[in-house]
Design a protein around this ligand. Structure first.
Ligand code: ZN
Length: 403
């Protein structure tokens, strides 16, 4: 091989490697919407944003015709996608489209069933096998049993009655039933979910279904007194289905969608449905049993942004950036080195002449329990300042107890 050809060959090889590193998204997602008794115009763009935020997906939204429209025009090529997210509850699809969807799942295509989509297609047997459980749409004993938990046992209940209900919206605790599944691995065993409808009395075939999480529908709030399924996986043919009943959409999303518990389980469930594995890290702001954790505007705050906001803090402003910093420290710092990573950034703010005294007070309080010798010089400096004397001396007393 001539030298210049060899060089071209090497260059082409390097370019190919570079391109494969640049490849940002591994999976293609299709979000199906266009009709829903829910606010699909609000929810579908949010679902797209959440999928793309992971860096794993490129997502497209496809809309069916409007109600009573010509459904024969709706025939997406499902086979082009790794996962199809259903945000739909409306007119029946054409037989051809239904058959194509069944074939897609049978061949190993992933599906996510989101919230009210389990109300859809009460007459379509295959779809109900994919969702496992559904509600409303005149569902009754003919559609399958109620499936729920009583204490730690799963109950399959064939008694007659309606399918689907929910009491008044409220915040509630989600309890994991399997923390070994890729979707739930590493998540807290119990966590508090943002204000949502607690779907209850779902019924369906429940075949090849595993319930990953439930929530107790307290009779005090008008609920069923049962632990109702919240997150499920179903297999159908070679396909994997993740079913979340969480995430009722308000205009702009609202607390049910902004809940980090909803967001992270949706993102992880979609990855699992697409690939059978989950590579995403559990986010630091995942809720725990003590309280709800919401991402306003669906934006995951960055540490730099938190600190810049804290350095402009005064008492008329929100402490949310400080709270965010606190939860990062509590969830991410395990070793002295990791604590010092945060400490050094906080020292920078304390030494910054343009940062506000109120912002510095917040940080002094935090450093008083997690700081090391590193922060003592800057705090001693601040103790000379009238407005910060109290807070600085308090921190010093806790950092240097016996001195
Ligand atoms: Zn709803």
């Amino acid at each position: 091989m001539k030298k210049q050809y060899l060089l071209i060959f090497i260059f082409a090889g390097l370019l190919a490697i570079f391109n494969s590193c640049q490849k940002s998204a591994e999976y293609k997602a299709l979000i199906v919407t266009g009709q829903n008794n829910h606010n699909w115009k609000a929810s579908s763009p949010i679902l797209k944003q959440l999928l793309e935020q992971t860096g794993l997906f490129t997502a497209e939204i496809v809309k069916t015709p409007e109600k009573k429209g010509d459904m024969s025009t709706f025939n997406p090529d499902f086979s082009k996608y790794n996962v199809v997210v259903i945000d739909y509850n409306g007119d029946s699809w054409s037989d051809k489209t239904k058959a194509a969807f069944v074939e897609y799942v049978n061949n190993g295509g992933g599906v996510v069933i989101y919230h009210g989509s389990n109300n859809a297609f009460p007459e379509w047997k295959e779809f109900n096998l994919m969702t496992g459980l559904g509600g409303w749409g005149n569902r009754s004993a003919k559609d399958g049993p109620y499936i729920y938990f009583k204490k730690d046992s799963m109950i399959i209940d064939t008694t007659a009655g309606r399918g689907g209900s929910h009491a008044k919206r409220h915040e509630f605790e989600v309890k994991m039933r399997n923390t070994g599944h890729p979707i739930t691995k590493g998540l807290p065993a119990r966590w508090r979910h943002g204000n949502d409808e607690l779907y209850s009395q779902l019924r369906g075939p429940g075949k090849n279904m595993e319930i990953l999480a439930t929530a107790f529908a307290d009779t005090a709030g008008g609920g069923t007194g049962r632990s109702e399924p919240m997150l499920m996986t179903i297999t159908y043919g070679k396909g994997r289905i993740f079913h979340t009943v969480l995430g009722h959409a308000d205009e702009g999303g609202g607390p049910a969608m902004e809940c980090v518990g909803f967001i992270a389980t949706f993102q992880r469930g979609a990855e699992w449905a697409a690939s059978g594995k989950v590579t995403q890290k559990v986010p630091y702001d995942f809720p725990n049993a003590a309280g709800v954790s919401l991402r306003t505007g669906f934006i995951e705050l960055s540490l730099e942004y938190d600190l810049s906001k804290i350095s402009q803090y005064d008492i008329t402003k929100s402490t949310k950036y400080f709270t965010d910093l606190q939860s990062r420290i509590r969830n991410e710092a395990k070793t002295p080195e990791e604590f010092q990573k945060f400490e050094k950034l906080m020292i920078k703010v304390l030494g910054n002449k343009d940062a506000t005294d109120e912002g510095k007070k917040l940080l002094l309080g935090e450093l008083s329990w997690m700081g090391s010798d590193l922060c003592i010089p800057v705090i001693k400096e601040l103790a000379k300042k009238e407005q910060l004397k109290d807070a600085a001396e308090f921190a010093l007393a806790r950092l240097q107890p016996a001195k």
